[in-house]
Design a protein around this ligand. Structure first.
Ligand code: ZN
Ligand code: ZN
Length: 116
């Protein structure tokens, strides 16, 4: 099985407590500073069972498959899974659509098993 690298890209809003901002603002309405910050976390999953594995693991602890490092990367951007090539071009569009529609799509999360 492949060991797939996940890049989870999440956006957080910087707080400007003294200034007037709305939750979906990208720029501060008072000082013009950018309010959106992207946080990228990297995780690895087994491509067979989609459970999280360690970066150094050679076998999946959940299904026992041998894990091959292939360099495959999947991006998760605010709940949307994008392939490598789409990532750069779609990022701005996704952001825009979400601002316009005012709703967020359900997040396809990797499966976490904490009770191992
Ligand atoms: Zn401000
Ligand atoms: Zn597995």
């Amino acid at each position: 099985m492949d060991k797939v690298k996940l890049e989870n890209i999440r956006q957080t809003q910087k707080a400007h407590p003294q200034h007037k901002t709305e939750p979906r603002d990208i720029f501060c309405r008072t000082c013009g500073q950018e309010l959106v910050e992207e946080i990228v976390t990297e995780e690895y999953v087994c491509s067979g069972c989609r459970h999280l594995v360690g970066i150094d693991d050679d076998f999946c602890w959940f299904c026992g498959s041998k894990l091959e490092q292939t360099g495959r990367v999947e991006h998760y951007h605010r709940g949307k899974q994008l392939t490598d090539g789409e990532f750069v071009t779609k990022k701005a569009k996704v952001l825009n659509n979400e601002r316009l529609s005012g709703k967020e799509s359900p997040i396809p999360e990797p499966r976490f098993h904490t009770d191992r």
